[in-house]
Write a protein that binds this ligand. Structure first.
Ligand SMILES: NC(=O)c1ccc[n+]([C@@H]2O[C@H](COP(=O)([O-])OP(=O)(O)OC[C@H]3O[C@@H](n4cnc5c(N)ncnc54)[C@H](O)[C@@H]3O)[C@@H](O)[C@H]2O)c1
Length: 406
């Protein structure tokens, strides 16, 4: 297949591009490199030293003889360029990672909220709009998030996208329907993923576009079989308070002897998936496209759920790290249960990599190897969800410490 990987320079996009190229597909990465600019804005860098995308693809060719092509295109702003590229290259499938994906970054300030909404919603809409305009029947696989369901305790398992409901009709009968599970975003970032869902529903219904939406859990780990092939193929590894995600952050905190940062009671339960499984799921989704005219295919792309304080305890037991109990900068339920259905990927052959598989210590080893690159002042998560929460943390809303008033 000819596959366009939008956002293929990122944490999940890069190993996906390598995996699909390794499997013999003709892979094209489209990326505006905004994630690298955000590193510069925040004054942080990936724990692992990343080369330029051109250098990464050169090394891939030298190692494997296979080519991955890179195209510098902004999906949100370069509509005409995107449309022209799609029309010329006419890929069989498109994987859409190209969004601003950090909830804390999306909540930093009004500017960051605007940027996240404009970037994510325009990127998705431009892509759908262009597919219709040029008459391209490519299968679109989008990376969404488990966060679209919200994190309130319901006492029932979360289905894969659609909820069966009965509605009482005017005649007193019960009409059965399957509706999108009610969206319940917990940040501006998550809200953009909820809006994406509606865009997909509309374009599948109106124009017969074939769309798969993957509601992904928090990705942990860093290596895949292909990123291990050469030091310069290494994946990015975010550890900072905005882009670092919970389990990877605990692992690096343990490696640099920094107390594990648990916010609130640590009673938040979240869904997880290892990076190698994330890449495999995307390949499985590519091989199982919906029919033209069918509704959007939705998979829950996660393999296990864990409570944050249990994760911290597990890492502490393995590494001896202390746990720091900190005020929560987010506005969220202090405790929640989470039961998630994920039979679809399991049924299509996914054999999950679980936390028990021993990969945790592998990541601690990576973290120790590159610990010299860590700026400890960038470890705390300080972007506050509201001005009131920022005040209780003695920070401005972007997370900068306020001078104390004497
Ligand atoms: N990492 C996770 O734990 C996780 C969990 C659930 C869902 N996801 C979703 O998976 C996708 C990929 O996540 P990631 O961790 O690889 O993120 P990432 O930030 O590392 O990668 C995203 C890539 O998209 C590019 N990009 C952003 N906006 C763009 C635009 N307008 N035009 C072109 N390129 C653009 C960035 O430069 C970057 O290379 C995201 O959509 C995210 O919401 C990630």
């Amino acid at each position: 297949m000819k596959i366009a990987v939008m956002g293929g320079d990122g944490f999940v996009g890069w190993p996906t591009a390598l995996h699909l190229s390794d499997a013999g597909h003709d892979v094209h990465i489209l990326d505006n490199l905004s994630r690298r600019w955000i590193d510069t804005e925040l004054g942080v860098q990936s724990l692992t030293p990343m080369d330029s995308i051109q250098e990464r693809t050169r090394i891939w060719h030298a190692e494997t003889g296979r080519r991955i092509h890179f195209h510098l295109i902004d999906l949100a702003r370069d509509y005409d360029l995107l449309k022209t590229w799609l029309n010329e290259h006419r890929p069989d499938a498109i994987i859409h990672f190209a969004e601003q994906r950090a909830a804390p970054y999306s909540m930093k300030s009004d500017r960051h909220k605007n940027y996240t909404v404009n970037n994510n919603v325009s990127a998705t809409h431009n892509l759908l709009n262009a597919l219709v305009e040029i008459g391209l029947d490519a299968h679109l696989v989008h990376l969404g998030t488990m966060g679209v369901y919200g994190y309130s305790t319901v006492g029932a398992a979360i289905p894969e996208g659609y909820l069966p409901v009965g509605i009482e009709t005017v005649d007193g009968d019960i009409a059965s329907q399957e509706i999108l599970y009610p969206a319940n975003p917990g940040s501006i970032y998550h809200m953009t993923k909820c809006l994406d869902q509606l865009l997909f529903q509309f374009y599948a219904k109106n124009d017969g576009l074939r769309v798969t939406d993957l509601h992904q859990g928090i990705v942990w780990g860093t290596h895949t079989a292909q990123t291990r092939l050469h030091p310069q193929l290494v994946n990015r590894f975010d550890y900072d308070g905005d882009y670092g995600t919970v389990l990877n952050r605990f692992l690096i905190q343990a490696a640099i002897d920094y107390p594990l940062t648990v916010h609130g009671t640590g009673g938040q339960t979240r869904a997880f998936i290892h990076i190698q499984d994330s890449v495999r799921c995307i390949e499985i989704a590519l091989n199982n496209p919906p029919a033209r005219g069918a509704r959007v295919e939705i998979f829950n792309q996660m393999t296990e759920t864990h409570r944050v304080r249990d994760l911290a305890q597990m890492i502490s037991n393995i590494t001896g790290a202390d746990i720091a109990w900190l005020p929560n900068p987010r506005k969220e339920a202090p405790e929640n249960d989470l039961i998630v259905r994920n039979e679809k990927f399991r049924g299509l052959g996914l054999a999950p990599t679980t936390l028990e598989n021993g990969l945790l210590s592998e990541i601690v080893d990576v973290a120790k190897k590159f610990a010299y690159r860590v700026d400890r002042s960038r470890v705390p998560a300080v972007s506050a969800w509201t001005r009131d929460i920022a005040r209780t943390l003695n920070r401005d809303p972007e997370g900068k410490m306020l001078k104390s008033v004497s």
